[in-house]
Design a protein around this ligand. Structure first.
Ligand code: ADE
Ligand code: ZN
Length: 337
C-alpha cells in the first residue's frame, strides 16, 4: 500500500474546521445566484485566483465577504452537506465544527438560521454516513466582549445544540484577556472552552488561553514552541493542539513545510492533531493536510497514527464513541499491508 493510500484510508477525525471556510467557489456562485446576489468576481476561476494571502487578515477579509451570500437555512444545509460528503470519502469518522454566528447576525440573518441548517446536515450525516459530530460556537475576537455576551444570550435557548465555545478571527491585538469574563460565564454554563492562540499571535497568547481562559483545547498553538517551558507544560498537561498545516503555509505562518512545528510537537509528546481549518480557501481537506506533513517531514506510519489518535483523544465525543473510534484506528493499523 502506498503512503497516499494509507493516509486516504486512515480513520480520521477533524476537530478544527470553520464551516464557512469550507465554502467552495462553485457552490458560492450557485448560492449567490439562487439568492440574487452578484459577487465581485467574473467567474469561479477569478474568485479562486484571489485566494493569494499574505497573512491572517488578508484571508479573513475574503472569508467574511464569502459568507455574505449565505442567507437561508437551505444555504447552510447545502454548505455543511458538501463538506460532510467530502469527509465521508476521506475516511473521516467524527467532526467538530465551528460556526461564527456573529458573521451572520451582523448582517441581519437570524441566529437560528445557520444553526438549524448546519445541525440538520450534521444529523443527516450521522444517520446516512456514520459521521458523528459536535458543534462549537465561535466568538469573533475583533468584536467586543459585550457583543460576545449578547451572542451568548441568543445562543442559550439552543444550548443543547452545541458543546462548547471558541474564539477566532483577528488574533493580533485581541488577546485572550479581552474575553476573560465571557469565558468565565461560558465555563459556569458548562460549555467546553477553546481558543485560537499562537497561530499568528505570540506564545504569551497560548499561555493566557490556558491560564486566563482555562481552555480545554487550543486551536493552532504553533507558537508555543518558541517558549520551551510553555511547550513542556502543554505536553505535560496533555492539552490537545488542533494544528492546521495547509492553513499555516497559505497564511505564511510557516514558510517551509520541512520546518513545520508538528514534528517537534510530536517529539515532545504534545497531543497535536491534524485539521484543515478553512479547506476551500487553503486548498486541502483532511487527507491533503496529512499528505502535506508526511511529504514535508517524512512522518512514519506510527507518527501518522499518533496524530489520528491525538485527534480522537482530544475530541469531545462520548466515551463510548471514543472507544469505537480508537478501536477502528487500532484495527486499521493492525491490518494495513
Ligand atoms: N476564522 C476562520 N479561520 C480562521 C483562522 N485560521 N484563524 C482565525 N480565525 C479564523
Ligand atoms: Zn481556525
Amino acid at each position: 500500500m502506498t503512503i497516499d493510500t494509507y493516509i486516504a484510508d486512515l480513520p480520521k477525525v477533524e476537530l478544527h474546521l470553520h464551516i464557512e471556510g469550507s465554502f467552495e467557489p462553485a457552490l458560492m456562485f450557485a448560492i449567490a445566484e439562487r439568492n440574487g446576489i452578484s459577487l465581485p468576481y467574473e467567474s469561479v476561476y477569478a474568485l479562486q485566483s484571489a485566494y493569494n494571502f499574505s497573512d491572517l487578515q488578508s484571508f479573513l477579509d475574503l472569508y467574511y465577504q464569502g459568507m455574505n451570500v449565505l442567507q437561508t437555512e437551505q444555504d447552510y444545509y447545502d454548505l455543511t452537506w458538501a463538506y460532510l460528503s467530502k469527509m465521508a470519502a476521506q475516511s473521516v469518522q467524527h467532526v467538530e465544527i465551528f460556526w461564527d454566528p456573529q458573521g451572520h447576525t451582523e448582517r441581519g440573518v437570524a441566529f437560528e438560521i445557520p444553526l438549524r441548517g448546519i445541525k440538520a446536515a450534521l444529523n443527516t450525516a450521522q444517520a446516512e454516513l456514520g459521521i458523528s459530530h459536535q458543534l462549537i460556537m465561535s466568538f469573533l475576537r475583533h468584536m467586543s466582549e459585550e457583543e460576545g455576551f449578547a451572542t451568548l444570550e441568543q445562543a442559550l435557548p439552543h444550548r443543547d445544540a452545541f458543546i462548547g465555545v471558541g474564539l477566532d478571527s483577528s488574533e493580533r491585538g485581541n488577546p485572550p484577556e479581552k474575553f476573560r469574563r465571557l469565558f468565565d460565564r461560558c465555563r459556569a454554563e458548562g460549555f467546553k472552552l477553546m481558543a485560537h492562540a499562537g497561530e499568528e499571535g505570540p506564545a504569551d497568547y497560548v499561555r493566557d488561553a490556558i491560564d486566563v481562559l482555562k481552555v480545554d483545547r487550543i486551536d493552532h498553538g504553533n507558537r508555543c514552541m518558541e517558549d520551551p517551558d510553555l511547550a513542556r507544560r502543554v505536553a505535560d498537561l496533555g492539552l490537545c493542539l488542533t494544528v492546521c498545516p495547509q492553513s499555516n503555509m497559505r497564511l505564511k505562518n510557516c514558510l517551509d513545510i520541512t520546518q513545520h512545528p508538528i514534528k517537534p510537537m510530536l517529539d515532545l509528546g504534545i497531543a497535536a492533531c491534524i485539521n484543515s481549518d478553512d479547506p476551500a480557501y487553503f486548498g486541502g481537506y483532511m487527507s491533503e493536510n496529512y499528505q502535506l506533513v508526511q511529504d514535508g517531514l517524512g512522518l512514519s506510519r506510527a507518527e501518522l497514527g499518533q496524530l489520528a489518535r491525538n485527534g480522537i483523544n482530544g475530541s469531545f465525543a462520548s466515551a463510548e464513541r471514543k472507544a469505537e473510534l480508537l478501536a477502528n484506528l487500532d484495527a486499521y493499523e493492525a491490518g494495513a499491508a
